[in-house]
Design a protein around this ligand. Structure first.
Ligand SMILES: [Zn+2]
Length: 93
């Protein structure tokens, strides 16, 4: 077989699910490489790093893969999600 995986031409997932450089969603500061620890926080602003807004599966409203772990009994969204993946940083400009 020589075929490659495809999600279909009508669903442009590439610009959406695009892993990027680790950085804090809140202040934009660079974060350590790799998936952050569940309790890791931004060194600059103190916000949690292992949380949905930092993840490429988050679209600003909710988790696009609907991981049940997103709704764990914590105030930090996705804190214990096993599918965390750094999102592409768009930056202010
Ligand atoms: Zn920060």
């Amino acid at each position: 077989m020589n075929s490659t995986w495809s999600f279909g031409d009508d669903v442009p997932l590439e610009p959406l699910f695009k892993p990027g450089e680790p950085c804090c969603y809140h202040c934009g500061s660079p974060a350590p490489e790799g998936v952050p620890d569940f309790h890791a926080r931004c060194q600059v602003c103190g916000f949690h790093l292992h949380t949905c807004p930092n993840c490429m599966f988050y679209n600003g409203l909710g988790c696009l893969i609907l991981e049940p772990a997103i709704w764990s009994d914590t105030t930090v969204m996705g804190k214990f999600c096993p599918s965390f993946n750094w999102r592409e940083s768009e930056g202010p400009g």
